[in-house]
Write a protein that binds this ligand. Structure first.
Ligand code: ZN
Length: 165
């Protein structure tokens, strides 16, 4: 299964994704393809299902793929129906996005988040994340609500052109 990445200003990126009710065989197959997409794209640290036109609340992240990974990275995480239950602090980080390939953006987000989500086994887990891993998860969860980093900047001077190869 080869997935196509939607890019800005595709209006489908603005759709609100639905909750996953059940993880069946066909959904597992889709998630495998989503994970593969992360590893196929150079420098990609995460993806949300709606970025490939699948409007369900699923994100995949791998913080070991940051150019400078955090100490004790959470590594590959497949999170279903992720919900942030608490956030605090502030961090400013330069973010990229597969769906906005020409730009980077300096975005301010919470520096520490607590979230709950389902695993692939439909088990509910809670996680605490900080720093760039908190940034990464907030960025991907935004996609589930049709929000892009363009909506999070305070001025156009926060946008940085990116060389696309
Ligand atoms: Zn993105």
């Amino acid at each position: 299964m080869k997935l196509e990445i939607l890019t800005y200003p595709d209006p489908r990126l603005r759709r609100i994704s639905e909750e996953v009710k059940e993880i069946d065989g066909s959904l597992k197959k889709f998630i495998d393809a989503l994970v593969k997409t992360v590893y196929e794209k150079k420098g990609c640290v995460g993806i949300a299902a709606p970025q490939v036109n699948f409007h369900k609340r699923i994100i995949v992240v791998d913080s070991t793929r940051f150019r400078r990974p955090p100490p004790n990275p959470i590594g590959l995480q497949i999170l279903i129906n992720p919900v942030i239950i608490h956030k605090e602090g502030e961090i400013v980080f330069k973010e990229g996005c597969l769906s906005i390939p020409e730009l980077l953006a300096t975005v301010k987000r919470a520096n520490r988040i607590f979230l709950k989500a389902w695993t692939m086994e439909e088990k509910e887990i809670e996680m605490e994340l900080k720093g760039i891993e908190a940034v990464l998860i907030q960025h991907e969860i935004d996609h589930l609500d049709g929000i892009l980093f363009l909506d999070r900047i305070s001025s156009v001077t926060d946008l940085i052109p990116r060389k696309v190869k």
